[in-house]
Design a protein around this ligand. Structure first.
Ligand code: ZN
Length: 135
């Protein structure tokens, strides 16, 4: 596996800073992360869409013993979030006190370090959710 050159990594990073999912053109269901087959109607006609970055926390769980690549971040919270357009997303919660966590709080997507890979310490960025600044 080769390490991407900086310009390519930069382009990918810009892409990752948008919350991109897919929408089934047949039944209208939306997915994040993107899927290739709609689980509801089995259609493969899915188009890329930009999802709203705000939503509501439906439920959450606190992870104390994560997989090894997430070990340095433990304990952390993972939430089930319903975005403004109805898309349900499972994502890590960040910048939030566990005491503040409750179903119904407003959250928004932010891009943060997801995990550090291997001995080279390559940092992978991705989406997490934090409490929305304005209520
Ligand atoms: Zn569908």
């Amino acid at each position: 596996m080769s390490i991407p050159s900086p310009p390519r990594a930069w382009r990918e990073q810009k892409y990752r800073y948008r919350l991109v999912g897919v929408k089934c053109t047949r039944c209208g269901l939306t997915y994040y992360p993107p899927v290739v087959v709609c689980t509801k109607c089995k259609s493969t006609e899915l188009t890329t869409i930009e999802l709203p970055r705000k939503g509501v926390l439906l439920s959450y769980t606190i992870i104390h013993y994560p997989p090894v690549e997430f070990k340095e971040y433990a304990p952390y919270a993972v939430g089930l979030i319903k975005l403004e357009d109805g898309t349900e997303v499972i994502a890590q919660l960040t910048d939030i006190d566990f005491n503040e966590l409750r179903p119904g709080i407003k959250v928004e997507a932010v891009f943060r370090c997801l995990k550090t890979q291997g001995e080279e310490g390559i940092i992978e960025y991705g989406m997490k959710f934090r409490r929305a600044l304005e209520e």
